[in-house]
Design a protein around this ligand. Structure first.
Ligand SMILES: [Zn+2]
Length: 244
């Protein structure tokens, strides 16, 4: 009996240390930011604010008020390009493996090679970052960590890589503590495939409706067919990039 109590106490201390470490790692990863990341982050926030003020960027057959995710991604991409960034829509797609099921994911990036070393720096932009890690019925410790995440993540590949490592480790611990099954889509490998695997970059030319904000152009509605055709127009510059 005595020994058991001692063991519980020790585990409690280990748990406390574990979560403290995760908070520290998360903080260390999120608080650092290069000037390039800050510039892209500010431009993304500005683009989101402007997009949310102007309506009608949802060009789906049944436009969603406030815009659907896919139209929002395009809109933000176009606005970042207008602001002078080499931004693109990235689509990752992966096959199932013994560890993880197949899947696909769309997000944004901005590539910069204006630095003195002529080095290419890729900054990932995920508009729904926090939501990607939310877990129903998670422990309070895990939720506390998730609340520290920005809703919109803008950061270099290495930073995202570190963040995913911390978050997947925390999710694993939380699931184990709560005796919950860890869905394969929460695994590190899956998260890695989502943002850090091979992806197709599409530099999409924004529709006219976004060229002159403030002049309130009529919302442009396109049928699904038009959207499909747009996707095959030659002004789409597609390149496959292999990351890592
Ligand atoms: Zn839409």
């Amino acid at each position: 009996m005595k020994m058991m109590r001692k063991k519980t106490l020790k585990n409690g201390e280990d748990d406390k240390a574990f979560w403290e470490t995760q908070h520290q790692l998360l903080h260390d990863t999120l608080c650092r930011s290069s000037s390039l990341e800050s510039r892209i982050r500010n431009a993304t926030k500005e683009a989101l604010k402007e997009a949310q003020m102007g309506e009608g960027f949802c060009v789906c057959r049944r436009p969603v008020a406030g815009g659907c995710r896919s139209c929002l991604v395009r809109e933000i991409c176009g606005r970042l390009q207008k602001a002078g960034f080499n931004s693109a829509i990235c689509k990752s797609k992966w096959k199932s493996s013994p560890d993880i099921p197949s899947g696909e994911h769309t997000f944004l990036d901005a590539v910069d090679n204006s630095n003195s070393k002529n080095q290419e720096i890729r900054v990932i932009i995920e508009l729904n970052f926090r939501a990607e890690f939310e877990v129903a019925r998670a422990s309070e410790e895990y939720n506390k960590l998730i609340r520290k995440l920005p809703e919109v993540f803008v950061g270099k590949v290495e930073r995202l890589h570190n963040l995913i490592k911390v978050l997947c480790c925390a999710a694993k611990k939380c699931m184990k503590e709560n005796k919950m099954h860890m869905g394969p889509w929460r695994k590190y490998r899956y998260m890695q495939a989502k943002w850090l695997g091979t992806c197709e970059r599409t530099t999409w030319t924004p529709p006219l409706s976004t060229v002159c904000p403030g002049r309130a152009p009529r919302p442009r509605r396109a049928s699904m067919l038009t959207v499909d055709l747009l996707e095959n127009l030659p002004n789409l510059h597609r390149t496959a990039v292999q990351v890592l």
